[in-house]
Design a protein around this ligand. Structure first.
Ligand code: GDP
Length: 490
């Protein structure tokens, strides 16, 4: 009997080299198979090992997900307050904190944790997070169902919580030697607090062995802690097979997991069709002005110009009026007019960068004679993470940026990390000035990797002498251009 037909080239592209399962109904999530059509083909291919692993994960997810008998059983144990000795399904529950970019970094990291530890990833989605993304696993859901015994995620999972692994260890409630820990003696769940600089606990092999005994782990984090697994000898072989190209870890995880819901995709498609589709080249410019570093408009604008100059026409060069007029008329006369259209997509909470840049191209021709359009989808003025429609627009803009051929991002912005990570391109990063008034030199640098930065790695790494440079531990990770103490893969 003949087996199924081999995938056509079209299928390979649509499914991102096998990264995506073909088992979904296309209409329930239009972005899933369509977003690749909006981008140049990725230069990274998922390994066959990763593809197999994802299919295996999906099967496990179906077996253990809400609605399945095994899930009911596991929830009964959770309700009882005691950890069960043996459980076929083990879970990691992700709960959000901070902005959307932070959330997506930590959610992708939590999924990698689930892959490495054979857990099932479930998501606590408060109303402002609900409806942003499609279900990522076929035939099942990743959302915690109504009636789940834990409800007060914001109240219970705080730094001082006695359920936190770090606090349990400090209080002597759990031994760090896994041989002294029996699963039945443990509480029903453990909270892994990986918020900003609290990434200390959990990344030692000893901790991982104890954590492995808990059937329920709740993770709250706002950082890309995935990077830490690459420093752990225990996962080295596995990760090398899953991700032979370390530069593309987030790229693959994000393209696998994050598919905008039909509502969000509607915004993306509409905007792309109206403003970006006709362009020969698309340049994304993400300008993030952080409230704690209120860089003045003129400074930031000057930095963008210096970056473009330094990087030889990152934004199309404007011609000096006299020379341009001469050039332009001779070009027109000789019939060699350049009909290239470049679209600059600006994303920012404020509209003044867009207005200034648009004004410049309105009033001046470009050196090459190419046409330039400047667009900005929204200017929300302030971050409103609690509002669903605001988050939908933010996600739509991350996606639109990720369709650009060249991307300029602002230092330490996780919003920017998501955009270039999804795109699979190395961004130019506008560096952070030492203070809001001081200029920074160079204005920007090209990132040496597509990977996001783990901005706050633990101060110490297990089994490594204190004071050792965390950026020199493995050949495929080093400090970040935009945050020197940070760590990223390349
Ligand atoms: P980060 O603070 O830059 O690291 O990025 P986050 O995404 O974690 O948080 C910033 C939040 O502010 C975003 O999620 C949006 O809610 C909002 N925001 C910031 N910049 C933009 C922008 O350019 N467009 C839109 N629509 N929202 C933005």
């Amino acid at each position: 009997v003949a087996g199924p037909a081999p995938p056509t080239r079209h299928d390979q592209d649509r499914l991102l080299g096998g990264l995506l399962s073909p088992a979904f109904d296309e209409n329930s999530c239009r972005s899933r198979y369509a977003s690749s059509l909006y981008r140049r083909p990725s230069s990274f291919r998922p390994s066959t090992f990763l593809v197999e692993r994802l299919r295996r994960y999906e099967a496990r997810h179906r077996r253990c997900c809400p609605g399945a008998p095994l899930f009911k059983e596991a929830v009964e144990h959770l309700r009882s307050g005691r950890n069960a000795a043996r459980s076929e399904c083990q879970y990691v529950v992700w709960t959000p904190i901070n902005g959307l970019g932070n959330r997506m970094l930590s959610l992708a990291s939590t999924f990698l944790y689930a892959l490495l530890t054979d857990r099932v990833l479930l998501v606590h989605a408060p109303q402002e997070f609900d409806g942003l993304f499609c279900e990522p696993f076929p035939g099942s859901s990743w959302a915690l169902p109504a009636g789940f015994p834990i409800t007060d995620f914001a109240g219970i999972f705080t730094m001082g919580s006695p359920t936190s692994y770090k606090n349990m260890r400090q209080a002597g409630a759990v031994s760090r030697d896994h041989r002294n820990v029996t699963a039945e003696s443990l509480p029903a769940y453990v909270f892994l607090d990986l918020i900003q600089s609290f990434t200390d606990a959990a990344f030692c092999e000893a901790d991982q062995r104890v954590l492995a005994k808990f059937n329920w782990v709740v993770v709250k984090s706002d950082v890309y802690f995935a990077t830490m697994f690459f420093l752990m000898p225990a996962y080295e072989r596995e990760l090398a097979r899953l991700f032979p190209e370390k530069e593309a870890v987030f790229h693959h995880l994000a393209r696998y997991l994050f598919h905008p819901s039909n509502d969000v995709w509607g915004i993306v498609r509409k905007y792309y069709g109206a403003y970006l589709a006709r362009a020969d080249e698309r340049v994304g410019l993400q300008v993030r002005v952080f409230p704690e570093m209120p860089v003045a408009f003129e400074n930031m604008y000057g930095q963008i110009l210096r970056c473009s100059e330094q990087e030889a026409g990152l934004l199309p060069k404007v011609a000096h009026k006299d020379g341009a007029a001469a050039n332009h008329s001779s070009a027109v006369a000789s019939g060699s007019r350049n009909n290239k259209l470049t679209s600059i997509l600006v994303t920012s909470l404020f509209s003044d960068y867009y207005e200034r840049i648009r004004g410049v191209y309105y009033a001046n021709p470009t050196e090459t004679g190419e046409f330039v359009e400047v667009h900005q989808p929204s200017h929300e003025r302030e971050q409103r993470t609690e509002a669903r429609a605001h988050n939908q627009r933010a996600l739509a803009e991350m996606y639109l940026l990720s369709f650009c051929d060249r991307i300029v991002t602002t230092a330490v912005s996780t919003f920017g990390y998501i955009a270039h990570g999804l795109a699979g391109v190395r961004p130019w990063v506008l560096l952070r000035p030492p203070s809001p008034e001081a200029p920074v030199d160079p204005a920007c640098v090209r990132s040496k990797t597509v990977e996001p930065c783990l901005q706050a790695p633990p101060r110490r790494v297990c089994g490594v002498a204190e004071g050792t440079d965390i950026g020199a531990l493995v050949p495929y990770a080093g400090h970040c251009e935009d945050e020197h103490k940070g760590l990223k893969l390349f």
